[in-house]
Write a protein of this length. Structure first.
Length: 603
């Protein structure tokens, strides 16, 4: 079995914890900038000394409320400054953070509170409080609910905890921190779950520290440790990727801002001007598709498409000895005409981006590197404390997810499954020995992902074991490659490949609502024409036919999509087809759109 181990470059003391850096930085660099907090329309600087004081005050309040060492405290909020403040305070009180997506349903919240036996719940808004009102009554362990955004006539959670802890001493907080061990659980993250009930993934302080130090020890740390470097965090902080990179950035000395206003992300980039960003592939796809749609809508489509092809060709040439004179000249011209505008949309200072959560796709990776914003793709799961492997500065192979972080090992099983071990890999699921035994065997975590490994340790993801379709003819088909390619099309929002135990491969396709009005106008239709009115439209069918044909070039004839259906609606988290990190819940799609799938195979 192919195997690769990245050399260990650091050790984690037994008495270390993820909150230590808050106080270390306050002592060594008290005036250094750690956060930029949004207050109205302004960004307010928060220094290391100020943040440590706030963390201590909130931790005192938690202690005053009766939170004991090892207790679980649930946190349900969108991405904002108070998220890491409460998170670090929970650790400073010796407790364990249980993040809950702010979009979670009451039933999802109920399960997490009951399973984790959380003693306190911190929510963001009155709407969240209303969502959890009934389930908190049904969760006997929850003693109190606090709200970050103050209700009328009341104090917000931070202010209330600060007031409650006024009589608790600093020594009590330091005693709680001193009692923490690196082997203690720091957080229970409930996997968003594309199937089944979420499992509580128990990550220790050691896991989070290994993740942070592994990222900083890689060449990405060359950027993170530069004085004055900032990043804007907009992914859900309840997701392990945003949380882990936030911790690594803090530990390295970078300053962070937060926003959950995704529709106004581009203007916020312009205000904040981040030096690097973290995102999931779908956001990068939307940036590309929106820029292309805008160019075509303004009659500049040919220029944009030529610029995109040049960017991709120029990036591909970097892996083959460099671009020639003609390609370099074209690249220079398009940098002035097109690429500079795209970089401005990211704030104008963005040096690089980090992508995780799902496969990026080589074409998109080459495009962004070609315009001057290299995306370093990584790979990991909640069970690996976020990134297990990552491409880094000077160590990148586009199309792969990089090499393991320091001290970690990867192995490819005989059936192609990726297996992982090392300091970032979790020790098990909360109160679920059966699931733990199924996931970890002889010290190796079975990811369920399929992939390959080259001689330098670069990992390539090829699909999911559980997502493998087996046609009636016995052909094994991994849908990921086809779906990724289709989603890269400017007009396509989502695509799901079907065909298990069927005579051929089919697909369901949804249309991007943001791209549709411009497409309508370019094709002589009223801008507000809905997808439902275009299902039999010849122009739309021709466009999707072309996208399907291009995707089919990537696979064999037996794996190619033979028939597809355009759906009148898109998949969404609200309707249950997507997880909070925009992954498809295949079982939900198969059930909800069973009739559409049946019509693909109807004789």
């Amino acid at each position: 079995m192919p195997e690769f181990t990245a050399p260990q470059s650091f050790t984690i003391p037994d008495d270390a914890s993820a909150v230590d850096s808050v106080f270390t930085r306050a002592q060594t660099k008290p005036a250094s900038l750690v956060y930029k907090r949004k207050a109205g329309s302004a960004w307010v600087d928060v220094t290391a000394a100020e943040f440590a004081e706030k963390v201590t005050s909130v931790a005192k309040g938690l202690i005053a409320l009766g939170i004991e060492q090892g207790d679980r405290v649930a946190l349900m909020s969108a991405t904002r400054y108070e998220w890491p403040l409460v998170d670090y305070a929970i650790w400073a009180a010796g407790a364990v953070t249980v993040p809950i997506y702010e979009t979670s349903s009451a039933e999802q919240v109920r399960w997490i509170l009951e399973d984790s036996e959380a003693t306190l719940l911190v929510v963001e808004t009155e709407k969240h409080r209303e969502t959890v009102a009934e389930v908190t009554d049904a969760a006997p362990s929850v003693r109190k609910v606090l709200q970050i955004e103050a209700a009328s006539g009341a104090r917000g959670a931070v202010e209330e905890l600060t007031a409650l802890g006024a009589d608790v001493s600093d020594d009590d907080v330091q005693a709680r921190i001193a009692a923490l061990k690196s082997s203690d659980p720091a957080t229970l993250i409930y996997t968003s779950g594309t199937t089944g009930r979420p499992k509580g993934c128990a990550l220790t302080h050691g896991n989070l520290l290994a993740e942070s130090r592994g990222i900083v020890a890689s060449s990405l740390g060359d950027l993170l440790t530069q004085p004055g470097v900032t990043t804007l965090m907009f992914l859900p902080m309840a997701h392990v990727l945003a949380r882990a990179v936030s911790i690594a950035a803090f530990d390295a000395g970078a300053a962070l801002g937060h926003t959950s206003d995704i529709p106004n992300l581009v203007p916020t980039f312009g205000e904040f001007k981040p030096d690097f960003i973290l995102s999931v592939p779908r956001v990068f796809e939307k940036v590309y598709n929106a820029a292309r749609a805008k160019a075509h809508g303004e009659g500049k489509g040919k220029i944009f498409d030529a610029a995109a092809e040049t960017a991709i060709a120029w990036s591909e040439a970097q892996d083959k000895g460099g671009a020639g004179l003609v390609l370099n000249a074209k690249h220079f011209v398009f940098d002035k005409l097109v690429y500079s505008k795209l970089k401005s949309a990211l704030g104008g200072r963005c040096q690089l981006a980090i992508s995780g959560g799902a496969p990026l796709g080589a074409r998109l990776g080459h495009f962004f590197r070609g315009i001057g914003v290299t995306i370093y793709e990584g790979y990991g799961l909640t069970e690996t404390s976020a990134a297990f492997a990552v491409n880094t500065i000077g160590h990148q192979k586009i199309g792969t997810v990089g090499r393991p972080l320091a001290g970690n090992s990867v192995r490819i099983a005989e059936d192609g499954e990726i297996m992982l071990s090392g300091p970032v890999v979790f020790g098990g699921y909360w109160k679920n020995e059966k699931a733990t035994a199924e996931a970890i065997e002889d010290g190796w975590f079975h990811t369920g992902d399929l992939g390959s490994l080259d001689s330098e340790g670069y990992i390539t993801i090829t699909g999911r074991k559980k997502e493998i379709l087996v046609t009636a003819g016995g052909k094994n088909v991994s849908p990921a490659q086809l779906e990724d390619h289709l989603r890269a099309h400017p007009l396509i929002s989502q695509a799901i490949v079907v065909g298990d135990q069927q005579p051929f491969i089919g697909a369901l396709v949804t249309i991007d609502a943001e791209a549709l009005p411009a497409w309508n106008e370019r094709n002589g239709k009223p801008a507000d024409t809905a997808v439902a009115d275009l299902l039999a439209d010849a122009d739309l069918t021709a466009e999707i036919d072309e996208a399907i044909a291009e995707a089919n070039k990537l696979v064999s004839h037996a794996e190619a999509i033979k028939k597809y259906r355009i759906l009148p609606v898109d998949f969404s988290e609200e309707t249950g087809e997507l997880t909070p990190t925009m992954k498809l819940k295949r079982n939900v799609v198969y059930t909800t759109f069973a009739d559409d799938i049946a019509k693909i195979y109807a004789k």
